[in-house]
Design a protein around this ligand. Structure first.
Ligand SMILES: [Zn+2]
Ligand SMILES: [Zn+2]
Length: 135
């Protein structure tokens, strides 16, 4: 079986995903902008049961623009954003795609919160687009 791996900047936080990845999404919401320090966040959903996580994280809970309570996890040592848990979807982990050891294994099929997009990011024209969150 395919195992997809990833890690943070310092390598302490790692994960192993059993099986191929689901397509990921781009999010332009203000929280994703701030937490990445960039124009948008890119993440993919994984089943908790398929994702082995290693290393200490620091957790930061916050109510998102969507109203959902999200807990963002960062490497305790280097601070890299690693993944997000949602109270509304307790069996899912939303992994930051830039942590993948081979980011080209991921495809992107949607973009969200275009209403918050900054002028200096160019959205891909050919994927599902949502002005706010996906319903
Ligand atoms: Zn780290
Ligand atoms: Zn977002």
């Amino acid at each position: 079986m395919t195992v997809v791996t990833g890690h943070c900047l310092c390598g302490v936080c790692r994960y192993e995903h059993a099986g191929p990845l689901e397509p990921g999404g781009i999010c332009y919401c203000e929280d994703c902008r701030r937490v990445t320090g960039s124009a948008f966040g890119v993440s993919f959903r994984a089943d908790k049961a398929n994702l082995k996580r290693f290393g200490l994280t620091m957790a930061y809970p916050k109510i998102a623009d969507s109203g959902a309570r999200l807990t963002r996890h960062f490497c305790k040592f280097c601070g890299s954003p690693m993944y997000t848990l949602s109270d509304a979807h307790p069996d899912s982990v939303y992994v930051k795609a830039g942590t993948l050891n081979d980011p080209n294994l991921l495809t992107i099929d949607r973009q969200m919160w275009l209403c918050s997009r900054v002028s200096w990011s160019q959205p891909p024209p050919d994927i599902q687009s949502f002005d706010k969150g996906r319903t």
